[in-house]
Design a protein around this ligand. Structure first.
Ligand code: ZN
Length: 107
């Protein structure tokens, strides 16, 4: 994780062939606690970063939200988190934060 160094010469579109953006990473059929932990790390590590001309992923410089960020957000949504919960995790910036447990009526 030494990706915090700004690389002005890197194009925001590097590494993402046209069309690949549309192919999202498959979601797990059932979101386990481990999946949720990976998802938290994904959305935190792939947080938005202000850049000239727009907002990019601070990890891979793809236009934000990048594929991993979207994957993480969708996994956390499946886990029962609301957008505000996910935004709070990103805001906190702690990749080891524990995702809030979903509400499970009767459990
Ligand atoms: Zn990213």
């Amino acid at each position: 994780m030494s990706s915090s160094t700004p690389r002005p010469s890197t194009s925001p579109t590097t590494g993402e062939p046209a069309g690949a953006v549309l192919q999202d990473i498959p979601l797990p059929p059932y979101v386990t606690a481990e999946d949720a932990q990976f998802a938290v790390r994904a959305v935190v590590v792939h947080a938005p970063r202000r850049w000239s001309g727009g907002t990019v992923c601070r990890n891979d410089a793809s236009p934000h939200p990048c594929r991993l960020h979207r994957w993480g957000a969708r996994v956390l949504a499946l886990r029962g988190l609301r957008d505000a919960d996910i935004a709070a995790l990103v805001e906190r910036g702690d990749p080891t934060a524990v995702a809030p447990r979903p509400h499970r009526p009767g459990a």
